[in-house]
Ligand binder design. Sequence first.
Ligand code: 9MR
Length: 468
Amino acid sequence: MRTSRSSRTSRTSRAPRAPRSSVPSRLTALVTGAAALGALLTAAPAAHAADLPLRDLAAAKGKAMGTAVTGSKLTGTYGEIAGREFNWLTPGNAMKWGSVEPTRGNFNWTEADQIVDFAEAHGQEVRGHTLVWHSQNPSWLTNGTWTSAQLGQLLNDHIALEVGRYKGRLAAWDVVNEPFNEDGTYRQTLWYNGLGADYIAQALTAARAADPSAKLYINDYNVEGVNAKSTALYNLVRSLKERGVPIDGVGLQAHLILGQVPSTLQQNIQRFADLGVDVAITELDIRMQLPATAAKLAQQADEYKAVVAACVAVSRCTGVTVWGFTDSDSWIPDVFPGYGAATPYDENYAPKPAYGGIATALGGTTTPPPTGACTATYSVTNQWNTGFTGQVRIACSGASLSSWKVNWTYGAGQRISQAWNATCTQTDAAVSCANASWNGTVPDGGSVTFGFNASWSGSNPVPAVTLG
Ligand code: 9MR
């Protein structure tokens, strides 16, 4: 995202990195996760972290490591990992036109501001995403009838306002998102239909005027390898450069499918770099058909490693952003039913082998562990003045169980009165629940749950659970 050391230095001095230990303990992450989630403990060793956070490994290579984030989640374990492991943040949705101006002239910057503030507090840079797109626009805009002149004004005003709001604070903007069809023709959008292909140059020019220090990108998907679509993008960037239109970089989204990482990725990054623009991998995820097995997770680790390595190999590739760092915050299952497990952390915030793949490509000394884990997560599903219903979920990813026992100790006098799908005994504060005859087996990629009713008074703190 940045091309010169001087710009990097000035950003660092403006947003000093928050103090943090240089070698975070994986145990700390799991314990913090337990506090946020209920309680969680691994039965098999979780994929352990590299020797340094990803952001430090990346920085040592002159690269950045980013993630898309959801502002409302930036607390607890999610916030801790986002702050510790990444030095770029991209708002997943918060800066889109439909988010910031849902009705005409009424603006909501809350989540966008929150993410920018978080980034500055953690010494991170922000990729603004995205100004001109065919999707996630407000209905007043898409349903309106506009002359070309009106549309051009709307485009300019939107860019001037949003880019201007964050002037000097954002490292880059995805100015135009997804302008091409798969065959390399222009996508027929509100903008293309109203303004012609030059809406792209107009948007870039407006963005440069609004914030001269932000790097300006065109971002698209299925442009990772050399193909008709990426060649159209290449030709566009070349012609923009020839015309003197401000364009600093291309974003290769990289929403990839397991087993389908393009073999021409590095070659493609290099050809854009040779045009004189930066390249960023902006939305990396690698989805797989569920369930996630140990073999698939190991292959995914290799593929994450290959993508990051391709960026490391090209000096003008500025870094890699994952599109959500945890499977609990990924768009994939909603849009591709039956697919998931696409990110480097599982739903319980345990790093997956993919984390090790990224770390290895960034020069980390720890090899990606092929081991998976089974976890138990305790949660209170319903609570009333004297009682509550609780649930424990045992889930395996890259590991399996043929029987299980979950133990915990209550800290505030809670007492279990009834349990289902497990046999629970309680002696004083100590609770032990063993599988029923029908649910001892938890396959790789599967889960079981059991529930219970209990009494409480005063307070009902979530206990730490152990899975044996
Ligand atoms: O992650 C975003 C998801 O929460 C939204 O529902 C979705 C709507 O299209 O957009 C997702 O992000 C997209 C990104 O802005 C542009 N590239 C494709 C991403 C996945 O759809």
